[in-house]
Structures are given as structure tokens and as C-alpha cells.
Design a protein around this ligand. Sequence first.
Ligand code: 6A9
Length: 792
Amino acid sequence: LLASSSSTVFVNAESTFIDTMHSDPATAAAAAQNSSLLWGIYRPNLYFGTRARLPNTLMTGLMWFGTQDFSGPDHIRHGCEERDGFEKYGWLKHDGRTFGTQELKDTRNNVELTTEFIKVPGGNHGGSWAARISGKPIRNGEPMSISTLYYVGLDGDGQLNVDTASYDVKAPIVGNVKELGNFDITIQQTFGHEKSNTHFMGATIPSGSLWRAKEFVKEILTHRAQIMQQQGATDFRPQDLYILPNQFFGGSTNILLIQMNYDSEFEFEVMFNSKSSPNPVTTETISSAISKAEDAFDKRFEDTFHLKQHGYSDSMVKFAKATMSNLVGGIGYFHGSSIVDESPTYEDGQNDHLEGPVARRPLPNPQMTAPASLFTAVPSRSFFPRGFYWDEGFHQTLLGQWDNDLSLEIIKSWYDRQDSNGWIQREQILGEEARSRVPEQFQIQYPEHANPPTLLYAISGYLDRLSNVTSTFSVGAFGNSGQTQFSSDFAEGEHDVLNGRLTNTDLAKQYLAELYPKLRTNYEWMRRTMQGGIREYGRTSRSRVEGYRWRGRTKSHTLTSGLDDYPRAELPSVAELHVDLLSWIGFMSRNLQRIATIVGEEDDAEEFEDHYKAIANNVEDLHWNEEQKAYCDVTVDEMDESVQVCHKGYVTLFPVLLGIVSPESKNLDHILDLMHDPNELWTPYGLRSLSASDDHFGTGENYWKGPIWINVNYLALHALKTHYVEKGPYREKAAKIYNELRDNLIKNIYSEYERTGYVWEQYNDKTGHGQRSHPFTGWTAMVVLIMQMGRA
Ligand code: 6A9
């Protein structure tokens, strides 16, 4: 397999050798439901990349660089990077299983790329798929000059054979991988000039290093350029200098790259054909399959979210589709080791060291774990392309509405990451690729560090969807205050969205029964590990043990709470009790009670109900501050007296955000006032994280000290709608706030998208401007649910 020189590597659309398609992909789709998640765009950290949902497997990816000058190899586009400065990029439509279309505006290189993906189910190995990559100048009349590279790599066992002899005629790559069977891959130009200007290379690279493909390419290109210059070449253009050598290096090729240079509009396609499938993808079938899938997407989007029906404009519907689709396009499959430190901790009473945590580890012992896998969405493809525990519950709250079973598969994958104690790593940094994006001091995970249990929030959304199809699931002590009204979120027409197999009563019960022991262990772990010291009360009665404290806190940060720099007590102390955490644990009790009832664990259900009552009681008893009219954290002062610590903002809202405060409660009235007061939390763009009247407001890194976050705003809207707008003396006030807040959020997130091209990590509370990471189609994508919710 050495040196083959070929300048006509790519077959034309007309000369394709594969027969036309045998059967309708839609029919086959139903049969292939089970394997429809094997192949996907599961490399969301890349602008475009596919892989099988398997460890150490076949992966493909796209790179490109500008050839207008000689700096190209230093600016190869591959992983999503904010510094690439694209004016816009993201999936416009993506159904999560069979189809997606993405647009990328690489402003500096004057090229607008479109990447389309289509899967054709069939056979025993996840079907076949195709990618179509096209490009054109953004600014017409200005030069566009780029070099594209598409690579196929095998990271693990199997074969990737390249028949160099017939390389220019038929499928250049023929392979076999155990779980994927036999396949072939064709990469060919279908439109564009410089057709002869194509180059390729095959090589053997060390296993596990495929994720470094970009560095590899950069080395090859610059090395070759050097050699050509040494040979005396002076008059080369960048596109003649930075080219692959048209050679195969090494014994058994495990990476193959195809390079094509363009100076005007172009299109090429990548076709992966699974040999066990009777439905091949061909150039002819790609177009019709894509347009069918696109129509189906549009219809399903409307059937699910009813945005047109509710009067949203076309451009707002387009925005909603793009926002949800980029969350879907953010779903990835990650595999590898992580780093965990299980060394013993010692907690001092109070820590007056400026930055130290209250818990010390005198003998740190970070260790690599065994490799593990996770199927998950990500908060941001560019900045945080990996799984985050509490982000994921929000992602799945939206995704569950779109594709119930896909969402349950992801939820299950997360609980598979739970250890025997009940702990799940908050940040999932699996493997070297993921680790390469995280500064060292943040790589280690600690087995007493929690994060809000939002996966249960997503599961409770699932239960609500179920209770809407059958009364079997409308059970539980909190059913009447909870589910019945909750179902109002899922008004007429919602049955359309119950598209999953797992909405079948028996299968749903089975799913929940399998998950239940893990949920219970996780709950017990939370209660045990986060236990607070309620010193002055002793621990005699049940309600007196219901007080909790986030671990892993320093003076300035409580990363585990998810609200990083939100102000807490001045000094970390073992005597602290955190009101948001108590609320989350109450939320767990309530939902576990629901699930235990469904799966027939009546005794457990009773126990959870007891816990819940004690928690609801202590929310008022321990945390309500009558002077401040807010739910506050608790700690002890220098005199060892219990004191409340009030920093009004998201933390002080949690008992309402999670529906623990009764609609009849006078305290609710005060919390509603707190929300609606512009001097406190109210802004024209959403609820700010910290009250404008708080001393810490807007100070320091100002991450959760004022800016507006969409996940917490969603919790507020959902709680209002579910618990407070229909019942109790404050229902009118609640409804007014709900309606105004909802309008403000939708208006601002949408107009910022129009203004900047992106959805953002957070929004400025003074200007409404999107800020920090982008695109951030993690929980900010919940704007789609906010649009769907309707007015109170
Ligand atoms: C640091 C920087 C290239 C912070 O969305 C994920 C999380 C949230 O869960 C959390 O509530 N974000 C929020 O306060 C982002 C966390 C990123 C930490 C990684 C490394 C990488 O620099």
C-alpha cells in the first residue's frame, strides 16, 4: 500500500457505481428503530464529525483552512472554537436520529459552509449514512479560497482497506469493524471547479490518537511545504504548497484523508454504506432522502411544540428550530478514563483561610479510573463540549418532549455512570480529548461532590407525559397538587409528542423499575453525604435531620450547587445549611415517592413521603427569615449562635422554584414581590441571579451575581405555571408575573439571537445582551419550552 499517485480520485455524481435505492427509507426506519442510534454526529465538539456510539471505533471528521495566504495550517477549522470568530454556526434542523442540516459562516475565510447528514436505516449495523458538505462565498465578489479535508479513521480493532489500484473508480475505502460489519466509504466531489486539485493520504497513527487528527494534518502540511521550499520552490501559491502527498504510509492504514481545494462554490459528499443493508445511499438518493427528512422534521416540530399554531412568526419558529436542533446536534458519545481523588477528607469546624475548602485532603491521591462511556448532550459545543450533571437534566427536559426514547437512553447512560455508593461525577471529563479542554486544577472529581439532581426533573417530565396518556401513572400523595395541574403544561395535542416506545405502560414500568434502585441509592447518597449538622436541635426527631450542606465549598465558590460564585455565608463552616440543597432533596423525595408508587415499592413510597413532609416543614422552620422575607441559608456566628445568611436571589427562591411552598402561604406572596421588584430580581430580560440590592451584586467575577440564567428562569416559570397560577390567594399575582416574565425572556433571547447570531450562556441584566460562552444551546435552549408553555 505505498505510493499511489492519482489526480482523479473522485468519481462524479453521474458515474456513481451503486444501484439506486431499493426501498423507502421511512418504511425501513420503523423496523430499524433499535439501531437508529448507532451512528450519529456524536462528536459535537467538532464543526462536523460522525462516529459510531461505541468505544474505540470508526470516526470521521471535517477540517478546512483558508488558502488566501500562508497562515492556513495555523488556523485549521476542526473543533468548535470561539477564537475562529465565526459570525454564526449551528444546526438549523436536527432530528437526533436520521437527519441534520447545519450552517457555518467562517467570516475570516469568506466561506459559508453547509453540512448535511442523512441516515438510511436497514441491515444489522445501524444502517448507512451520508454527509454532504457544500460551500460558497459569504460576500459575493470577494475571493474565497479554501482547502477542505475529510478524514476517516479507525480508533481500535478492525480493518480499513484502501484499494489503491482501483482508488479512482470505486469506493476507495472498504472496511470491517466487528460491531459495524462490512462497509465501504466513498468521498467524492459533486460540484465545483478545481476538480483535479484533489489530494489524499493514508497513514498509520497510534491507537487512541485519532482525536489529534488536526495536529497530525498540520504537521504533514507544514512539513511538506518546508521540503518543497527546500527544493527551491518559490512561486507556489498556498493551495499548491499545503497539500497532502498522495501517498500511503505505514503498514495498515487507520486514517485516510481526502483534501480538495476550492476557489468558488462547491459540494462534496461522503457516503458510508453498510453492507448488511439492502438500502444503499447514493448520490441520487441523498437529495430526496434529505428533503423528505426535512419535511418530516418541520411537521414533527409543529406537532410537538405548536409554535405556528400559537401565532409565532416564521422567523421565530426558525429560531426555535435552530435552537433545539443545536442542542440535539450537541449530543455526543464520550469514552475514556477520568480522574478521581478518593483520599480521606477532614472537615474542620470553620475555615477562616481565605480560599481553602472547609474539607481538607491531607493526602491527595488523584487516580485514573477505568474507561467508561457516556451518551449525553453538552452545554456548549465550543466551550464545554462534555457532560455536566445538572445541565443534563435541563437538556433532557426539552429533549424528552422531542424524542422521548432518545432522552431516556441518555438518562440511563448517566445513571450507568453512578458508582456503588450512589455518586455520579458532576463533570464528565472522559478520555484525553475531553481532558485536553480542561485546565488541570479542574480535572479531578471528588466523591463527595454533588450537583443538583436535575435528571430527576427530566424524569418527572417523563412521568407527566405518561400520566397524560394513562391514568396508571397518575399516582402519588402529591399527585393532586402536582401532576394534575402539571398536565396543564401538556395541553391538547400533546399526545402527538408521545412518540416513544417507552410510553407504552408496561415498557415504561419496566424502564422505571430498572432505574429505581439506582435512583434510590443516589438519593440515599445525597442525604448521607450532604447531611448538615443541625447542632442546636440534636437529632432526635425526623424533621430535625432534614438540613443539608453542599460539600466542596470554598469561601468564594460553591461549584457543587451549580451556582458557582453566588454569595453564601462569609466563611465556610460545617454548621452551614443551604436552602437550595434542602429544596432539591425535597424535590427528590417527592419524585421518588411518585416513582416508588409506580414500581410497586409502597413502603419506600411512604418513607419518601415522610421525608418530604419533614423537609417542607424545615424549609419554613430553619430557612424562612421573617425580617428579610426570604428563604435564607443558615450558619453559626462567632458566638456559636445559629444565624441566617440572606443574599436575595436565585438561592432564596428555591423553595418556590421547586414547588415546596404552598400556594396558600403568605411567604409565597413575599417571594412573588421579590421576583417582581426591579430593585431586587426583576429586569425586562428575565430574573437576575442576585438582587440589585445585595452588597455582592455585580462584584468579582460576576458569574452568578446578577446575570440572567435561563435554566433558573425556566424553573420559575414552570413552578408558577404548575403550582401557583391557578390556586391560592396569590394566583393573580403569580399569573401576571408568569406572563410578563415569559414574554420578557422570549423577546430578549430571540432578539439577541437575531442581533448576534447566537444563543448565549447568560444575559446581561442591564442591557439584555448575551454574554460568555456561545453558542450555548444547553439549557438556554429551554426557550423553546418557554415558547411552548403558553400564557397563564
Ligand atoms: C472550566 C474552562 C477552555 C458553569 O454549563 C456547565 C457549567 C454549569 O453546570 C455551572 O452551573 N458552567 C456553571 O456555573 C460551565 C463550567 C465550565 C467549567 C470548566 C474550564 C475551559 O476553558
